[in-house]
Structure formats: C-alpha cells, structure tokens
Design a protein. Structure first.
Length: 102
C-alpha cells in the first residue's frame, strides 16, 4: 500500500493513512474526490497481529443515481462506519464471532 500511495502525484496525490482501532492496525488509501473516480475509491488493510488475521477491503464507487451518498463527506461517514464495524468484529474474541456464540 505504501508503494501505491508513493506512486501518486499532485494534485491527485493520495497519502497512506495509518491508525489503530481496538488493537486492529488500519492501513488506508482513500481517494479525495469520489465524483471523478470509477472503480476502487478506498482500499483498507486491517491487521490483527495478536490473532494472525488480515482483512483487505476494496470500496468501489457507484453511479450517483444508485449510491447511498451524495457527497464526499457522506461517503466518508459511511466508509468510517463500515470500517469501524469490521474492526469491532475482528477485535472480538473468536468464540464471540460465531452465530451461536459458542
């Protein structure tokens, strides 16, 4: 991901974003303008080193008439909520992830 971010140039330069949520390390590349990008608009890698789990997420753009957001800010809110839920799921003990809780 670092190489992908490094390969971008201004004015479309994309920075590699890093953070941690509930012990899950997040690496992210987010396009700044969802209106002028087709295909992948965000890419995330979630690392749970303690349990040896990795998840990769590709968020795809949609046509304006069918998507659930009207602005970049609305997209960012939905994206952050989804990534937060995925981080929460990965951070839970394995026995709590099964449908029966066993």
């Amino acid at each position: 991901m670092k190489e992908i971010a490094a390969g971008t140039k201004p004015p479309d330069q994309i920075d590699l974003e890093t953070s941690t949520q509930k012990g899950i390390e997040l690496l992210a590349i987010n396009n700044r303008d969802t209106d002028n990008v087709s295909g992948v608009i965000s890419m995330y890698t979630l690392l749970d080193a303690a349990n040896g789990n990795v998840a990769t997420v590709y968020l795809l753009n949609q046509r304006p008439e069918v998507r659930e957001y009207a602005s970049n800010a609305e997209y960012a809110e939905l994206r952050d909520r989804f990534i937060g839920l995925l981080s929460d799921c990965m951070a839970r003990p394995e026995q709590d992830r099964s449908p029966s809780g066993k």
